[in-house]
Write a protein that binds this ligand. Structure first.
Ligand code: NAD
Length: 367
């Protein structure tokens, strides 16, 4: 097998650190998780093929002695890694424009990629976390959605590559539990936002913030009365870490998301206030199979993980607006500056948004 070439910095790893592999490490959530695990004392192998991920998301880890990067498509088998104790699958485009752009790639990443990672975890006897999605509930008839709800998904629509890919990935996870006793935990992640989202992510937060900061009208799909819940990235990462660390493996998937519900119109108003803009809107038709309501029931996460989101929407949005303002300023497209009162709050959370490419020194493979 032609395995990926691990790249690490020249200082070499610090001894006796447990080893985790994160597939999708250059993505929005994966890069935050990599930072968190390294802060917690792990040696992290980040795997990504840069399909939607960005090298800049990992720039702050490029010289870290406990970070190793492997450019690799998870649809191909992965090499063995000594001492592997955790395998995380976050490799899959999450935003509808991105996952619908190459639907067959999306579906096979979820199915074949998850299979390869499950095999790696099983051979290493490592714990495995699958990031599934609230999209497996489709356009739900039950509200809020508990884990026991089986969903209402159109198997032939444009979202099926993602929704059905994730449903098959979940099925594979529990087949590995039954057939091999693999220690698998499944997170059903609901809409999450924060710094390092892409400007062209195409979802509500990034669309509205980018439009507000560039002086454009905010595009509302449908009436704008449909609701969504928004979880700040730090809260989500905390939930993921608790899920893999909890001693007793949850027998079912666990919802992770923020149960506070906002209509799209309320979100537009709040972003207007935070960016100091008088918001003007334009209405477009709802995309196909767009869910009308989505809100997690997080009773299980509260009970099993003692977890619930803590970052208020206003605080999380301030940090996110600050991030997008820096990106847009670099591109010379920033028209409105975030309100001054928020920049202080955001600065405390801000990650470097600088455009430095990741430069990783080559090291010998550690298969
Ligand atoms: N962000 C959310 O709101 C959200 C909601 C529900 C579920 N999730 C899930 O969380 C995970 C991470 O989402 P995200 O928002 O960080 O998305 P993202 O697009 O920012 O990150 C996904 C990463 O996976 C990489 N990737 C894609 N296909 C790959 C392949 N075949 N091989 C190797 N790497 C590949 C991409 O390059 C990218 O870096 C995904 O599994 C997604 O389905 C996210």
């Amino acid at each position: 097998m032609n395995g990926p070439t691990p790249q690490t910095n020249r200082r070499g790893p610090r001894p006796n650190r447990p080893v985790a592999l994160i597939a999708g490490a250059a993505g929005f959530l994966g890069s935050h998780l990599a930072t968190r695990l390294i802060d917690d004392g792990w040696r992290v192998y980040g795997v990504d093929d840069f399909h939607t991920g960005l090298a800049r998301n990992l720039a702050h880890l490029a010289d870290h002695p406990d970070f190793v990067f492997m450019e690799h498509d998870i649809r191909r088998p992965l090499p063995k890694i000594a001492g592997l104790a955790q395998v995380w699958n976050l490799a899959c485009p999450a935003s509808p424009p991105h996952y619908q752009d190459q639907p067959i790639r999306t579906a096979t990443t979820s199915v074949v990629g998850t299979l390869n990672l499950l095999e790696l975890a099983t051979q290493a006897e490592a714990r495995f976390v699958m990031t599934s999605t609230s999209e497996i509930y489709g356009d739900p008839e039950v509200h809020p959605q508990p884990e026991s709800y089986r969903g209402c998904v159109n198997t032939t629509g444009p979202r099926a590559c993602y929704d059905e890919g994730k449903r098959m990935a979940e099925a594979l996870c529990y087949d590995f539990v039954r057939q091999y006793g693999t220690d698998v935990r499944v997170a059903r992640v609901f809409n999450t936002y924060g710094p390092r989202m892409r400007l062209d992510d195409g979802r509500i937060v990034s669309n509205f913030v980018a439009q507000a900061l560039t002086g454009q009208k905010l595009t509302i799909y449908g009436s704008g009365r449909q609701t969504r819940s928004f979880c700040y990235v730090d809260d989500l990462v905390e939930g993921l870490v608790r899920l893999i660390e909890v001693e007793r493996r949850p027998e079912t998937p666990v919802n992770l998301g923020n149960p506070e519900e906002y209509s799209i119109l309320e979100m537009a108003e709040m972003i207007g206030r935070l960016t100091g803009r008088r918001i003007r809107t334009t209405h477009d038709p709802l995309p196909a199979d767009d869910p009308r309501r989505r809100r997690p029931d997080i009773a299980l996460a509260r009970r099993l993980l003692d977890w619930e989101p803590r970052v208020p929407l206003r605080t999380g949005l301030a940090a996110t607006i600050d991030w997008f303002a820096e990106l847009l300023a670099e591109e010379g497209r920033l028209v409105a500056k975030p309100a001054a009162e928020l920049r202080g709050a955001a600065a405390r959370r801000r990650e470097p948004a600088g455009g430095a490419a990741v430069s990783l020194g080559l090291a010998a493979p550690e298969h």
